[in-house]
Design a protein. Structure first.
Length: 423
């Protein structure tokens, strides 16, 4: 029996794809943005440049990943999920191998731009969420939320592992080990396991039988019938819809705050008088709360109004950020990390299911890709903005207080989202 036939069994395949998507997002994020900071100092020493210069690598990474979003989303929408994810594993693995061999900073920049960033995009949230939206209808939010836990686990698990590899083997060999792992593990797994649509293997969304799928509606049969409508949904038609910009606003603004928190919470806490261990614990609390948010709000999103849950998410995020601004003690900062982490975690599955609800599952990848590109400014601005505000006001407190005001705007965007019930 071939590996492909062994992996794709007659039982409902969707939950296997949830497991695969968890692993894929763990590797895409845990092997990239969460460990990039560990390599800044070794690369700065190796190539005799300042750490600040290498810090721009994060912005380039987000920029390239966002720019590729519409293309990757369109490929997955057309049923090429297996090709996208397998090619992503190959490109990502090759990027690590070549990065371990670079002899100059410009070579490292080229590897990051043309291999690591595209590879992470082809393995990350966009293709995995697009894939799961095709396989789930009633349990869509829960499935996407479970898979997104891989992102948080990657941020929790990989930094100490990567740091240990660097200490034991050096930065070059550690990158080689990561690349070989991706090639040996994720590459064959994606080729064997990924199936773009339930109809490709004679199954139905949510594991329904033909009779139950028929009662649930035609959408649970073959979503390839939606392709003519998808073809008519051009990029211009997508960006002309008010819902697109409202969803971009509420997701993008909360994402801006979450990136700024992850980047500057530790130095903010140190200035407030917390110890280094307690300050580091805040990031772990943030990541752990994000896991809870993805799991809990992913389940809730399948049973209640997704618009109202998004409004609740924005309220929780605004309240959490306010705790950090008003009080600078340990309890307040821990509450802030927990509440914002919970909100950002819950945002991930709700974002996916709101796109599917308003634009349709067959157009999901295209819409999410364009939306990710539209959010680029929210993803690359937190680092420079936080540094500028600190230089301008001489403290993190003033900058964090100013940034809080984007959260009521995000709340307004969520409130203005049109209410739409699932058919």
């Amino acid at each position: 029996m071939s590996l492909r036939r062994f992996a794709v069994q007659p039982h409902f395949h969707g939950w296997r794809l949830v497991g695969f998507s968890t692993i894929s997002q763990f590797i895409a994020m845990g092997f990239s943005i969460y460990i990039l900071g560990l390599y800044i100092q070794p690369l700065a020493t190796e190539f005799n440049v300042s750490p600040g210069t290498l810090g721009w690598g994060m912005g380039i990474f987000y920029l390239i990943s966002s720019a590729m979003g519409p293309l990757v989303g369109s490929w997955v929408d057309k049923g090429h999920a297996r090709l996208v994810l397998t090619l992503g594993a190959l490109v990502f693995a090759l990027g690590f191998v070549l990065m371990s061999l670079v002899s100059s900073l410009w070579q490292a920049a080229l590897v990051c731009t043309f291999l690591l960033a595209p590879g992470a995009c082809m393995l990350g949230v966009l293709p995995c969420a697009t894939l799961l939206v095709q396989w789930f209808e009633r349990r869509q939010s829960f499935a996407v939320g479970i898979a997104a836990i891989g992102i948080s686990l990657g941020g929790f698990v990989m930094p100490p592992i990567a740091n240990g590899l660097i200490d034991a083997l050096g930065w070059r060999t550690s990158l080689l080990v990561l690349g070989l792992f991706v090639a040996a593990f994720l590459l064959p797994l994606s080729w064997a396991l990924v199936v773009g649509r339930p109809a490709d293997v004679g199954q139905f969304a949510d594991g329904d039988t033909p009779d139950s799928a028929s009662e649930a509606g035609t959408e649970n049969f073959d979503r390839s019938s939606e392709q003519p409508a998808v073809a008519a949904l051009t990029a211009k038609a997508i960006v002309m819809q008010k819902t697109f910009w409202l969803l971009t606003g509420c997701i993008g603004l909360l994402s801006l705050c979450s990136i700024m928190m992850v980047t500057f919470m530790v130095p903010y806490a140190r200035v407030a008088g917390l110890s280094s261990d307690t300050s580091a614990l805040l990031i772990s609390l943030y990541a752990g709360s994000a896991v809870v948010g993805k799991f809990l709000l992913g389940w809730v999103g399948d049973h209640f109004s997704r618009r109202k849950i998004m409004v609740l998410i924005q309220l929780v995020g605004a309240l959490g950020w306010l705790c950090m601004v008003v009080w600078q003690n340990t309890a307040a900062l821990m509450a802030s990390a927990a509440l914002v982490g919970f909100a950002v975690g819950g945002m991930t599955p709700l974002w996916a299911t709101l796109i599917a609800l308003h634009f349709g599952p067959a157009a999901f990848g295209r819409v999410k890709g364009i939306m990710t590109l539209a959010m680029t400014v929210f993803l690359i601005i937190p680092g420079p903005l936080g540094g500028y505000l600190y230089d301008r006001f001489g403290s993190y407190e003033a900058g964090f207080a100013m940034v809080w005001w984007v959260l009521p705007l995000a709340l307004l965007c969520a409130w203005l989202l049109p209410e739409k019930r699932r058919s």
